[in-house]
Design a protein around this ligand. Structure first.
Ligand code: MN
Length: 231
């Protein structure tokens, strides 16, 4: 087939233990999925899960052992880090039941749902879409994907973020309000999941600002960590 210009290259993420890469289809994100983060954002209680998206080409794929770079984005003076466990979908489907969700998971990675908080808050106040606060260029750094079979007991993993060596966020995946299987059930009722979809499952408490020159180190027990400098 001939195109009027060259199509954009396929966005992909490294997979531990292989030279093959994981091609990214869509990026789904879960909002307010840890209770103490919901509280710090001014909400409380268990509400039905809600979702937003980032464009696939917002991915900043960081390979094992490397330090990625994310440029400080335009229009903001309050760029926030959100450390998140990312689920990588290997086989698609719609109306997937929580009990079957594990069959659709290829693996897991550590991701950062980077947020222009000032713009997001302004959009919230006005009842407008979050895109400008969440879906900007380079807004989705992600480390290598660990295949599910090698990831250990991910539902009980420690999740943490350091900035310049200081702990900012520290929690446990067991504190997810909607766990991984329940999230896949809800998400696949709204969209047909496809191989290559990434699900950022939400961030625990402790979100805060980073500035140019800061280095973030994100970790989830059992997974390759991610290191990103704001440059
Ligand atoms: Mn988030």
């Amino acid at each position: 087939m001939n195109y009027v210009f060259n199509p954009a290259p396929t966005v992909s993420v490294a997979v531990l233990g292989t030279a093959l890469r994981f091609p990214v289809h869509r990026i789904y994100c879960v909002g307010r999925n840890y209770e103490d983060h919901a509280k710090e954002m001014g909400f409380s209680g268990r509400e039905p899960p809600f979702f937003f998206m980032k464009p696939a080409d917002a991915v900043v794929a960081v390979n094992a052992g490397e330090c990625g770079t994310m440029p400080y984005p335009s229009l903001t003076t309050n760029l926030h880090h959100e450390i998140e466990l990312v689920v990588a979908i290997g086989s698609g489907g719609k109306n997937i039941k929580a009990a079957d969700a594990h069959k659709h998971i290829f693996g897991y990675a550590v991701g950062l749902d980077m947020t222009r908080r000032d713009l997001q808050n302004e959009m919230k106040k006005q009842g407008r879409p979050w895109c400008i606060g969440k879906g900007f260029d380079h807004a989705a750094p992600i480390g290598p994907i660990t295949p599910a079979s090698a990831a250990g007991e991910i539902g009980n993993a420690e999740i943490s973020l350091q900035v310049n060596g200081q702990h900012r966020q520290r929690s446990n995946v067991s504190k997810l309000i909607w766990n991984i299987a329940e999230t896949i059930e809800h998400l696949s009722a709204a969209w047909e999941l496809q191989p290559g979809d990434l699900i950022y499952t939400g961030t625990p408490e402790g979100v805060a600002a980073v500035v140019t020159g800061d280095t973030m180190l994100g970790s989830v027990t059992g997974l390759e960590s991610i290191k990103v400098t704001i440059g």
